[in-house]
Design a protein around this ligand. Structure first.
Ligand SMILES: CSC[C@H]1O[C@H](OP(=O)(O)O)[C@H](O)[C@@H]1O
Length: 341
């Protein structure tokens, strides 16, 4: 997953969206072409494309796809608005999805359809390119925090596959290696969809970065045994009082605090929701099937209910620092001066 491979990109020839189908990894590397907004919405719901920054780019390209697909100038504004609402509804927790959609909608405001179509594509491509630069800068800022030799625990996938490329948490790891630091990664598998085992381990192994895959419940014991030097995770939304990230992140934050291990969050400024607090945010709940079956075999008896939160919230009191493209933020956290890009 080096920088020549993108996670999601615009196909100029067909005016369509190309993306790696992340549900097929690590067994198959499959690129799919998305030609309709409905198919994009389905790809987001199924996590064929996932990860906050990548969702921002997907949402941006989704508005461009809606604009080029609607040939009726009369119905153009209504159709694009309806498609934008559909895309926003697919996954409520990651703020970047709505951020990317709204950014492209703003670029089209009050323009005639033909010009709006061109500007939507341009704006979406700019978001994708800016994300790549942002991850490289964020990665550099975070890499300076890591020891010359050490082991970093991460959760889920906040890598190139969660962004245009390079990654946020894994961007920190990649940048550290570029600096010549000898960093090994412990990747938590991240039940139930296994983004850590399937995606993080795949990305890092592909880039020859030492990675070990563990089950989520091993993390605390490795911390107790002194095997973890710090934790670096991604984020889907950062409010005034909490970090929303993949379910299981809070558990690692509590354990890191108990063992005096630095706990860093790596996220671009576009992931901050500076007006909101934890209580304002909808945490996505996903289907029973994702938890109650494994490789198609039931693991929970029929009739036994399941709780399947896709994310949890970590209070900022447990966060050592937040690594962004503009620098590292430290407590006492005050995001009021962070410009929403
Ligand atoms: C770089 S942010 C990635 C972030 O998104 C993941 O969630 P999902 O796989 O459901 O999109 C996870 O929370 C990662 O930390």
């Amino acid at each position: 997953m080096t920088d020549e491979t993108k996670t999601i990109w615009w196909n100029d020839e067909n005016n369509s969206i190309m993306m790696i189908d992340q549900t097929k990894l690590p067994v198959e590397f499959v690129v799919i072409e998305v030609k309709t907004v409905e198919r994009l919405a389905d790809a987001i719901r199924r996590l064929e494309v996932r990860g906050a920054p990548a969702l921002g780019v997907a949402g941006a390209f989704g508005v461009a796809l809606s604009a080029v697909s609607c040939t009726s100038d009369v119905e153009f504004a209504e159709t694009v608005a309806s498609d934008a609402a559909l895309l926003k509804s697919t996954r409520p927790t990651a703020v970047n999805l709505a951020w990317g959609i709204d950014k492209v909608l703003r670029s089209m405001e009050n323009l005639p359809p033909e010009m709006a179509r061109f500007l939507a594509i341009t704006a979406a491509k700019t978001i994708a390119e800016a994300d790549e630069k942002c991850c490289m800068q964020l990665g550099h800022n975070g890499a300076t925090l890591l020891p010359q030799i050490g082991t970093v625990l991460t959760h889920c996938n906040a890598g190139a596959l969660a962004c245009s490329t390079w990654g946020t948490a894994l961007g920190v790891i990649r940048s550290a290696h570029k600096m010549g630091k000898k960093i090994s990664v412990v990747s938590c598998e991240t039940r139930p969809l296994l983004q850590g085992a399937r995606l993080t381990a795949w990305e890092l192994h592909h880039d020859n970065i030492p990675v070990t895959s563990i089950i989520d419940s091993e993390a605390a014991y490795l911390m107790r045994k002194g095997k973890i030097d710090c934790v670096v995770v991604g984020a889907d939304r950062i409010t005034k009082d909490a970090v929303f990230n993949k379910i299981g992140t809070y558990m690692h934050a509590v354990c890191a605090k108990h063992h005096n291990i630095p706990f860093y969050v790596a996220a671009p400024i576009s992931t901050f929701d500076v007006e909101a607090v934890e209580a304002d945010i909808i945490v996505e709940e996903r289907s029973r099937d994702e938890v109650a079956a494994f490789w198609g075999k039931p693991t929970v008896p029929e009739g036994v209910p399941v709780i399947n939160y896709a994310f949890d919230a970590t209070p900022l009191s447990l966060v050592t620092g937040i690594i962004t493209e503009v620098g590292v933020l430290y407590p006492p956290y005050d995001f009021s001066n962070l410009r929403q890009m």
